[in-house]
Ligand binder design. Structure first.
Ligand code: HEM
Length: 444
């Protein structure tokens, strides 16, 4: 692939660490759909075109592994859960968890999602009366954590929720910092940040082991993901998952299942406040289809604009903004030779703004997702949930949650950005709005 020459020795490392979103987008614009970026010790190959993305994630997924350096750093936190395992172990765990995410089962979560959103709506109505400003990104983090923990593990973490959300958020920042260091320091070095990491992991472990231990005492009464994972056994050996494997899976699903949807909700509120015309149309759709009542699962197909708003928000601010892969064999991507061992970067952020795929890529236009316009685009022009065998297991869960929460909330409050605010998309493991999304609420 064409080489984008960087500084001697460190290549583009500094630019990538400083502002990865703009850096990667600029490289793709200048060098095209596959570009080699020297990064000091190793090169990074950025694959920007949807056809290349499809090749790596789906059609030739066998030639790529997830065992990048970032994967190993993430394992320090998540162990060998679904997100951070590979090979046969991953496949077994995926098959085990898959039934819990079937469409029909996920439909059964509607009520929990809507009830949690209705509680938040009530809190926001009270704030509308006082006119106080608040960071809606924080509210969404607590909301989605509550939804994920009660739907998947039947656990009421709501009393401890705030604490866990704060701990997880601090961990995410720490892990991302390690991810972007050329050589992360051993966690055994007694640095204050490492001690904090251990304390935070300790708090999460207590919560997660608490959930598992409680379930062991009550087994038989539940039919959720946790129960399925606890009851599953190996066909040959009859062995069940150990507490430590369960801990990895529970923590992975809690983290992957709430941070991403919370960011997506916060970005959507920002976009709607910036585009009052779209917001008015969406409020009309909700009023017409729901008439002030909370949505049910049957209402979902009729909330067409609300779905399009969610899709467009995930295009502009994909919570999983970049994915990495390692080539396990030599391969050809977009006509370029990819050597065995190459580090690939696939960035929804970049592909979702590809100038020859999207008109006015930076503009917010939910109607891009009208079926007739969607058909004109390649499959991987939009892939906020990845694709191929490692596609997000919570894809349906997340889309349903996003639409239900917005439909419940936005019938009752209108959220306006406080004036003069500059919101930076900040890459951590997920793409977060910094310093948050500060809003005031009013009655629509
Ligand atoms: C994997 C995005 C919500 C659980 C992924 C991947 C992406 C993604 C891009 C693939 C990573 C890769 O290929 O390297 C998102 C986004 C979400 C979301 C944007 C919300 C807007 C959820 C939810 C759950 C979840 C709600 C669980 C309830 C997982 C798990 C994996 C995963 C377990 C690993 C799957 C595997 O490798 O088998 N997610 N996700 N995600 N996601 Fe999500």
């Amino acid at each position: 692939p064409p080489l984008s020459p960087g500084a001697p020795l460190i290549g583009h490392l500094r630019a990538l660490r400083k502002d990865p979103l703009h850096f990667l987008q600029a490289q793709a614009r200048e060098y095209g759909d596959v570009v080699r970026l020297p990064m000091g010790p190793a090169d990074l190959v950025l694959v920007a075109h949807p056809d290349g993305v499809r090749h790596v994630l789906q059609d030739h997924a066998r030639n790529y592994s997830k065992q990048s350096r970032g994967f190993r750093v993430l394992q320090e936190l998540l162990g060998h859960g679904l997100l951070t395992s590979d090979g046969d172990h991953w496949l077994r765990q995926r098959r085990l968890a898959q039934p819990a995410f079937h469409r029909q089962r996920v439909a059964g979560f509607t009520r929990t999602m809507v009830d949690a959103a209705a509680d938040l709506a009530a809190t926001m109505e009270a704030r509308a009366d006082t006119g106080a400003a608040f960071n809606v990104a924080e509210d969404f983090t607590r909301l989605t954590l509550r939804i994920a923990s009660s739907t998947l593990f039947g656990a009421d973490v709501s009393s401890a929720t705030h604490d866990i959300a704060t701990v997880m958020s601090r961990l995410q920042v720490f892990v991302y910092k390690r991810l972007t260091q050329p050589v992360p320091l051993s966690l055994r070095l007694p640095l204050p940040a490492h001690r904090q990491f251990e304390r935070d992991v300790g708090s999460l472990n207590r919560v997660v082991h608490g959930i598992i231990a409680k379930r062991r005492r009550e087994s038989g009464e539940h039919h959720d993901l946790l129960q399925m994972m606890m009851e599953a056994h190996d066909d040959d050996t009859g062995e069940r998952m150990s507490d430590s494997q369960l801990r990895d899976e529970v923590l992975t699903l809690l983290l992957a299942g709430h941070e991403t949807t919370a960011s997506a909700l916060a970005w959507t509120i920002m976009l709607l406040s910036q585009h009052p015309g779209v917001r008015r149309d969406m409020e009309s759709e909700l009023a017409r289809e729901l008439g002030g009542r909370n949505p049910t699962h049957e209402d979902l197909p009729r909330l067409e604009l609300t779905h399009r708003v969610v899709d467009e928000s995930l295009r502009l601010y994909p919570p999983a903004w970049a994915l990495s892969r390692i080539a396990t064999k030599e391969d050809l991507v977009g006509g370029f030779r990819i050597p065995k061992g190459a580090h690939l970067l696939i960035a929804p952020w970049v592909t979702h703004r590809h100038p020859s795929i999207w008109d006015n890529p930076e503009g917010f236009d939910p109607d891009r997702f009208l079926p007739e316009r969607e058909q004109a685009r390649p499959r991987f022009a939009w892939f906020p949930f990845g694709g191929g065998p490692r596609q997000c297991i919570g894809n349906q869960f997340a889309l349903m949650e996003l639409v239900l929460v917005l439909a419940t909330l936005l019938q009752r409050v209108r959220l306006n950005l406080t004036p003069g605010q500059v919101i930076h998309p900040t890459p951590a493991i997920t793409l977060r709005p910094r310093p948050g999304v500060w809003v005031t609420a009013s009655r629509p």
